[in-house]
Design a protein around this ligand. Sequence first.
Ligand SMILES: *[C@@H]1O[C@H](CO)[C@@H](O)[C@H](O)[C@H]1NC(C)=O
Ligand SMILES: *[C@@H]1O[C@H](CO)[C@@H](O)[C@H](O)[C@H]1NC(C)=O
Length: 371
Amino acid sequence: MASARAHTHLLIIVFSFLSCLLSCNCLCAASELRDGFGKVKGLFVFGDSLVDNGNNNFLQTLAKVNYTPYGIDFPLGPTGRFTNGKNLIDLLGDRLRLPLIPPFNDPATKGNEILHGVDYASGSSGILDDTGVALAGQVINLNQQVKNFIEVTLPDLEAKLGCSSHQLLANYLIIFNTGGNDYIQNYFRRDPHSINATSLEDFTDTLINSLYHHIKKIYELGGRKFVLNAIYPSGCVPVILASQSRGQCSDIQNHAARLFNHRLKQLVDTARSHLPGSVLVFFNSYRIVLDIINNPSSRGFIDARNPCCEVMGQGIVCKRGGGVCRNRSSYVFFDGIHSTEAVNVVLADKAYSSDAKSQVYPINIHQLALI
Ligand SMILES: *[C@@H]1O[C@H](CO)[C@@H](O)[C@H](O)[C@H]1NC(C)=O
Ligand SMILES: *[C@@H]1O[C@H](CO)[C@@H](O)[C@H](O)[C@H]1NC(C)=O
């Protein structure tokens, strides 16, 4: 009896040793990968200014907001976040009980700092390589963001945890929040009469195909849980409202956003069969922001048309050291484009726990975390 047990033990040891040799990852301990909420260890974030948490501070770009009044309600002051307080990623991180996710471009983002994920997002960037460059200068396009993740962070993380990307990536959420600038700063600035003019439908397909290509690449490395955020109602942001003759939302801009979002939701359905074992979640922030704009008082907002801060030049970003509204939580927009923290809180709550499939589809982020 005793010897049979010893025999079993020996077998287990030999077996563990062999599986270690086979995977070459003797250190990878599943427990190390589970200290967030549910099974989420951290977030890898790709996208534009709505989720940039300081990457552009390190670039030669006009899309850089590392000054007051940005961050006026953020515990660390101005950090390069494009709002008064926390952005959507910070607030989702809070709900998942994760620490603040560091920006990739910060030289301090190494070692233990990358264990809970990294944010690669860059203000003014889009899905296409040339989006944002003409207006802002240097930006990190989505190709480069994904490259930074795959070529820099991932090898570091594998070495740090002793796990292969296939062992570790399923424990992280991969978040994409991009596409808006491809319309505002690219498509709608093209000459519509050019012989090369592309239809909005074709342009949108190009964006979605490119996004899918990135998702697939990360899936092939082991990524399983993806969150795709919709484009906000770009036609209703203060800088666009100011350019409309009757001060109404731009139908053309909103139509483009809806088209993109519709395709993004379809992508969630088609990807399910093409990427077995993956779960993609579509977050319809468009609808939530538009509901607030159409009925601000229902959510406790008073002003849904004007920027809270004093904007400069083109009306997009706040003036350095400029004035700011007294009660930030009564404004929908902090500057000419970006939502206030108060709106971001509504968004994070819906994304995390709404049961309405018209808001977050097919499951919410709380449910995604528990898978
Ligand atoms: C049209 O597209 C071609 C090929 O992409 C490019 O070489 C050419 O410069 C474009 N012409 C215009 C007017 O944009
Ligand atoms: C700020 O605005 C919010 C939302 O409109 C309101 O609930 C709150 O009472 C206001 N706070 C102050 C100090 O006026």
